[in-house]
Design a protein around this ligand. Sequence first.
Ligand SMILES: *Cc1c(COP(=O)(O)O)cnc(C)c1O
Length: 464
Amino acid sequence: MDTPRESFHMTPDEFRTHGRAVVDWVADYLENIAQHPVASRVAPGETRAMLPENAPEHGEPFEAMLADLDRVILPGITHWQSPGWFGYFPCNGSGPAILGDLVSTGLGVQGMLWATSPAATELETHVLDWLVDLLALPETFRGNGVIQDSASSATLCALLAARERAGAPYGTLTGYTSTQAHSSVEKGWKIAGLDPANLRQVPVDEAYALRPGALADLLAADAKAGLTPAFVVATAGTTSSNAMDPIGATAAAAHAHGAWLHVDAAMSGTAAVCPEYRWIHDGLAEADSYCFNPHKWMWTSFDCDAFYVRDRAALTTALSVVPEYLRNAATESGAVIDYRDWQIPLGRRFRALKLWFVLRHYGAEGLRHHVREHVALAQELAAWVDKDERLVLSTPPPLNLVCFRHAEGDGATQRLLDDLNATGEVYLTHTRLDGDLTIRVSVGATQTRREHVERLRDLVDRHA
Ligand SMILES: *Cc1c(COP(=O)(O)O)cnc(C)c1O
């Protein structure tokens, strides 16, 4: 009989060997990514059908896992990092971000309290202050930033803070956001246990931006009816069309009724690294909270949402619960931040590392360079669409999202979209604007360069 094994763990030397192979695998993947059709073509159930019924009884060699990445996993991957990725929004990553995440996993720390890894908390606060400078965010946000997993979580946390600050029965609270706001606002409202009938949809103008006058009317009517306006969300860069809500006027309307203003710049906030795009944040100094996603357009691999509050006590009052087993001297001293009080879960990953690596690798100069490149390419594409009689540009693109439709209507637009995606060279998604089916071209993948946007333009020209 074999002697029983004492350990099944991977040894440090095995980890070195396999780790190098994995880094090579990822590097090869990213280098050759354009060879794959951008959107996965597997049918439902196809991936599972390639997997064994049961987990293995005996451990397998690492090489077998790597081989199955190519055989089983890659066919079922939609390649968000492809240069032909123009769907939804960018979710761009980068070498420094991937490596920062690897280090984070290697350290394996839980940053729920300052005391559970002081560097995790302090680096996070510090790099979020760097972003205050890089994006010229309001000074009220300095020292008051936290990384959330997603903009959805940031909006929910802002809503919970607003709900508690309002101090009225939940059934009487009202919320406001434009008809173009992201679905996460409605989802947060549901999760917060508020009355779905009390979330108002504010009409938008011809550029799909919130009308502050209409907001003021809704607020006044609700206040008059004895309800309590509690929460307003303005969007800097809506998902459908990249519309920019007027933040200052929205803040004035919200604050006239004591409501909290949250600004959601998930997709577009990164643009403010360039001084010429900082107008998207005009009025932000009046906001109670703000978020944007470095994991969308700032080369920081998912997940990383930067969330800021003006008054951190409003947030921690809503979210802090201190059981005996988490009591510690640093917390009692009041001299430290415990980020578990700034988010929904208790545990948290060391996500600041990848953001730190990104900011140091690119420098502000590198971020500006690539943002400007994407915006310029999108603007050129929009100008071309605008001149083509077969196509209708839906709205002048403020930044890097181009929306257009076929002049012959929804049927022709759908056919064009299907034809473009069938090439496998590009991937685009759709929305509806004023009822019209609309193709969205979101320019922002790390590898997307001029040649890829020109190729897309040629494909549109051929299939229009
Ligand atoms: C992408 C996006 C969201 C959702 O972001 P998650 O981080 O996936 O929750 C919310 N709002 C806007 C404006 C977005 O572009």
